[in-house]
Design a protein around this ligand. Structure first.
Ligand SMILES: [Zn+2]
Length: 413
């Protein structure tokens, strides 16, 4: 079976295992991150093959702090990535620089020396060269000339050259290091991507990350891969940065893709308004029970006097109680829906979501899910309410995405 590895880009994504869903309390003595659990600690089987960690997330950029506290950052380097994440050695790790976070700068804010030091000190198994994103795409050279101004094309070329120069330096610096080095290819049409790949292969790279593709349609990604296939060496492997198109994994793999990374399954669980609970067959909308005191929009509605605090609090509690009782088989579905809709009237001025709530409560998809989260917390996984539930729903989506990936891979010869 051809293996295509899925890397999960971590951005401090963990949950508190002591959270009590009925009483909504957690262990007050818990130390954040240290006592929390990552997805690879929650599930009894893998939901990714490795994690991707960006230098920008750990170290910050140009004086702006990253996501790590000073103490966490120090511990990350002291313990190394495997111990810090409590990650078994069977997982891969890949480091990158987080090019999106400095895309608007004239040049990348780090030196190759900084980047190599970051990968070595943290003990990554793979490291991606420092790059600079190109933000536009045309389907061909002819279309590029019509679509882009001469100034735009000059800027695209400048960024491509910066990325290739840095890749050259990175390759040389990485030869004596223990991680596997990836060069990055950027472009603004299939031909310029293929040029970058060709140059990186000439430098000696066998592993190449293709960047700047997140906004592209799948067909455009395929046209880039088809173009690069013309010059790709047999042992060159591609990594797709930030791409999650599970239905096309077989095609990607046949064109040389051996890995990709994406936060999409998690982020859809957290942020997507409609389809944020995934299953193999269907996607569901979570059931909102906003926290009157912790949800930003609820707080605004209360402070502006649009919503009465006590009434909102009463309905919030009633909804939670009704849902928990429903899960135990003690309350009829209609009465739960009525309570949910009564609360919904306070915060949703648009069309009621009764139908979506009804679908979730009728199908109860969490009952058919074998993942450790659904088995553990049941109905709470589909409630849109606070990080404890929302992030777990994102983790559940990671589980489903990884299962879908493994299914796609199993169909390949
Ligand atoms: Zn699940």
């Amino acid at each position: 079976m051809n293996k295509v590895k899925f890397y999960f880009p971590d951005s401090h994504d963990y949950v508190d295992p002591t959270f009590d869903f009925e009483n909504e309390t957690n262990n007050e003595h818990r130390v954040i991150q240290r006592d929390d659990k990552y997805a690879h600690e929650i599930f009894s089987r893998p939901v990714y093959d490795g994690i991707l960690v960006s230098k920008a997330v750990v170290d910050g950029i140009s004086g702006v702090k990253g996501k790590y506290s000073v103490a966490q950052r120090q511990r990350f380097f002291r313990e190394g990535i495997y111990r810090f994440f409590r990650l078994p050695k069977s997982y891969s790790t890949i480091g990158d620089c987080g090019a999106f976070s400095y895309a608007n700068e004239e040049v990348p804010p780090y030196s190759i020396h900084d980047v190599v030091e970051f990968y070595v000190n943290a003990g990554f198994t793979n490291g991606i060269s420092l790059d600079h994103i190109i933000f536009d795409f045309a389907k061909s050279i002819t279309e590029s000339q019509k679509k882009f101004s001469p100034e735009q094309l000059t800027e695209f070329k400048r960024r491509k050259e910066i990325t290739l120069d840095l890749a050259h330096e990175f390759y040389n610096e990485s030869q004596s290091q223990s991680y596997e080095a990836y060069g990055v290819a950027h472009g603004w049409n299939p031909e310029s991507y293929a040029d970058s790949v060709s140059d990186l292969q000439s430098m000696g790279y066998k592993r190449i990350a293709l960047g700047g593709m997140i906004p592209l349609k799948t067909q455009d990604i395929l046209s880039i891969l088809e173009k690069t296939a013309e010059i790709k060496k047999a042992d060159t492997q591609f990594h797709l940065l930030g791409i999650n198109r599970l239905n096309h994994i077989q095609e990607f793999s046949s064109l040389g893709v051996s890995s990709f990374d994406s936060t999409a399954p998690l982020m859809q669980g957290l942020k997507d308004d409609k389809f944020n609970y995934h299953t193999h067959a269907d996607d569901y909308t979570s059931i909102s029970v906003p926290q009157v005191e912790a949800n930003n929009s609820m707080r605004k509605l209360v402070s502006s006097g649009t919503v009465d605090h006590d009434e909102a609090k009463r309905l919030e509690k009633a909804c939670l109680k009704a849902l928990i009782s429903f899960a135990k088989g003690e309350v009829e579905q209609k009465s739960v829906l009525d309570t949910l809709c009564e609360y919904e009237k306070l915060y949703n001025t648009k069309k009621s979501r009764r139908e979506a709530m009804e679908k979730a409560l009728t199908d109860q998809p969490w009952k058919n899910c074998n993942c450790d989260i659904c088995k553990d917390i049941g109905i709470h996984v589909i409630l849109k309410r606070g990080a404890a539930r929302n992030r777990r729903r994102g983790f559940h989506n990671l589980y489903i995405a990884y299962q879908k990936l493994q299914h796609q891979l199993s169909l390949m010869k």
